[in-house]
Design a protein around this ligand. Structure first.
Ligand SMILES: NC(=O)C1=CN([C@@H]2O[C@H](COP(=O)(O)OP(=O)(O)OC[C@H]3O[C@@H](n4cnc5c(N)ncnc54)[C@H](O)[C@@H]3O)[C@@H](O)[C@H]2O)C=CC1
Ligand SMILES: O=C(CO)[C@H](O)[C@H](O)COP(=O)(O)O
Length: 303
């Protein structure tokens, strides 16, 4: 099958490779001339025979919204657009409705697997109408891991369901990573455990907490046993906060995911205004000692 693929970065580049290995004809477009197959979106559309299927894999938000708008002008009735990026699910209904005015189909597809997907395949969760899902199934089948389709692919529901599912998936990812990270810190802090990387490595087989994320932690510790080449500063790209917002909207308690998100915010602070306030209040009501800020004293002096 032919596919137009827009965005050939960490994800799209490998997806093009995996699809080509499976025998599909992929025309890739990226703003980066080093990786693109064609010079423009118009050229990409011109290189495909109707009905066309075009997969967007650019950063979520404005780049994806603008790409959908441009495709709306270039594509025709019967063509299909798939947004495979980590877009917020609330963008999907607007994209779908705008394309539907011209008879162009729309699917939202949550994609999981990161840079490893080339080798092991991508977990896919799709939202949209059945007929469009069927049209794109050869592409989904090539991207998903080998094995039973239902173990690496889900038609999760109508438009928006794919990105909603991916949002929850990423919220879970936040919580799992945070739990491993806290365990790592506690092992490191202990006087009893003398080989932390070996201990975590031993959890890879047979234990209740074995997982792919644990395997990746072992891999990171193999090259940097105390992770001291890194700063403890963690970005986020939206999915975690949207998960927490949806948990609030549905009155679903999500303390683990919320704490994991807030831990990332805390990681970006050199000093915490909130904890300065707690120290000040403790000092006010109980006369408890505080650590004073000092220009070169690190934690400062105690008063
Ligand atoms: N990296 C990951 O682990 C995963 C990323 N995603 C999502 O997939 C999408 C792509 O992510 P990455 O490949 O990691 O990002 P990336 O930043 O590595 O690649 C994005 C690519 O899109 C290109 N690009 C940006 N705007 C463009 C435009 N208007 N037209 C054409 N090309 C454009 C850039 O030149 C770049 O090559 C994002 O929505 C991301 O959230 C989804 C699952 C996993
Ligand atoms: O979707 C992903 C993995 O499943 C991406 O790697 C995503 O960027 C991870 O989320 P965040 O950047 O917020 O940590």
């Amino acid at each position: 099958m032919q596919l137009g693929l827009i965005g050939l970065g960490k994800m799209g580049f490998n997806m093009r490779e995996r699809l080509r290995k499976a025998g599909h004809e992929v025309v890739g477009y990226d703003r980066n001339p080093d990786v693109t197959d064609v010079a423009s979106l118009a050229d990409l559309v011109g290189a495909l025979a109707a009905p066309r299927t075009v997969w967007i894999m650019v950063p979520a938000g404005d780049p994806t919204r603008q790409t959908v708008e441009e495709l709306r002008e270039l594509l025709s009735e019967g063509d299909l657009v798939i947004d495979g990026g980590n877009s917020r699910f609330t963008d999907d209904s607007a994209n779908s409705a705008s394309l539907a005015e011209k008879g162009i189909g729309y699917l939202d597809c949550g994609v999981s697997g990161g840079v490893w997907g080339l080798e092991v395949g991508y977990g896919l969760m799709v939202g949209g109408e059945h007929k469009w899902v069927e049209q794109a199934m050869p592409i989904f089948d090539a991207l998903r891991p080998e094995g039973p389709r239902e173990e690496g692919f889900a038609h999760a529901g109508p438009v928006g369901a794919g990105h909603f599912s991916k949002m929850v998936h990423n919220g879970i990812e936040y919580g799992l990573m945070q739990a491993y990270a806290e365990g790592f810190e506690l092992l490191e802090a202990s006087e009893l455990v003398t080989d932390v990387p070996a201990t975590i490595k031993a959890w890879q087989r047979g234990t209740v907490v074995r997982s792919w994320l644990l395997d990746l932690l072992v891999r990171a510790l193999d090259s940097d046993p105390e992770l001291d080449d890194l700063r403890g500063y963690v970005e986020d790209s939206g999915e975690g906060r949207w998960t927490v917002e949806e948990a609030i909207n549905h009155s679903v308690p999500a303390p683990v995911i919320s704490a994991a998100l807030f831990a990332r915010f805390a990681s970006r602070q050199d000093d915490s205004p909130a904890m300065r306030a707690v120290a000040a209040l403790r000092n006010q009501f109980g006369g408890h000692a505080v650590h004073m800020a000092g220009p070169s004293s690190g934690g400062g002096s105690t008063h």
